[in-house]
Ligand binder design. Sequence first.
Ligand code: MG
Length: 382
Amino acid sequence: MTDPKPERSSAALRVRALETRLLDIPLVRPHRFSVTTMHTQGVLLIRLVTEDGTVGWGEGVVPGGPWWGGESVEGMAALVERHLAPLVIGQDVLRPEALARRLESMAAGAPFARAGVEMAVWDAAGRALGVPVHQLLGGILRNRLPVTWALGSEAPDVAVEEARRLLAEGRHRSFKLKMGALAVEEDVARVSAIADALDGAAPLSVDLNGAWDEYTARRWLPALAEAGIRMAEQPIPAAHVSGLARLREQVPIALMADESLRTPADALRLAAAHAVDVVAIKIGKSGGLSAVRRIADVAEAAGLGCYGGTAIETSLGTAASAHLFCATAAVSSGTELFGPLLLEDDIVTAPVTYQKGELLLPSGPGFGMTIDEEKVAKYERR
Ligand code: MG
């Protein structure tokens, strides 16, 4: 295939340099998953500069370590500096789609690292043209996104107190409970107690991060449905697509795929198997905005709802998700873009804004975020 001649290719917009910095940002409270607890979030901050001095920013984050997908911020730093930066240097930032595919073909796996680099390319493209990234993606279909709050694997009284406070303050309208850190019966009792105490005040879902096997899910998901839980995210491991399909027939609760959906081919497989009702889409796990668009197209064609997921990004990565999700019709099932609210501090001068349980789409060129150098220096790992 010959390279198409781009409409506007100038030497000025070729990438001159790409640098990374490793940050650690404390959380407002520990965030407990089935297998690990986060106290700080590592962020690989990526700065891209073009020949004419246009700067684009991206971030690589994973949800608290390599347990989710094998990548870590430390591993990403090495991969980006040693292998991905040379693939991007000399390339035109106005061709993010071509750059995404170049990264995809030259770095197998490593989606979170590729996503961070691709994010910097989109940001630079928007800044170079003086337009927000959502315009490069076809323009907005919405300008705000509902944001669910994750309650972590807390004890019932702690979780209920937190949920009641957030509801009273009008900050969130729905909650997701992390499960899988406790013995099954104890965990189901804990979630049922929370649902009981909240008594329908807000829609509740659970995320098991693949902690159960199919039998356990068949046995216990009905109890969660009975307690009023509306949706179960990834109850069984990522590879068990046929198991998800059987559960979907057998249990009276909506199912969402997260770990089972990383690539467009995964989306097609889940759709063909009628395995789930909703899929969680995330820039990080799928290697960038470009791949998420392809996934969303498959999901939309298959009639699957898309839920905008998070790997607990700062305002930078959250803004990138907001631009993408506001410009993607299939994102009809809400989001969990609460990263900046779980972090004690941010790395931009004006963090993203939340209003009555919704994230507002930031304005301005690129992702509309300005990096705060003082904050970056404060949280940089030494
Ligand atoms: Mg999940």
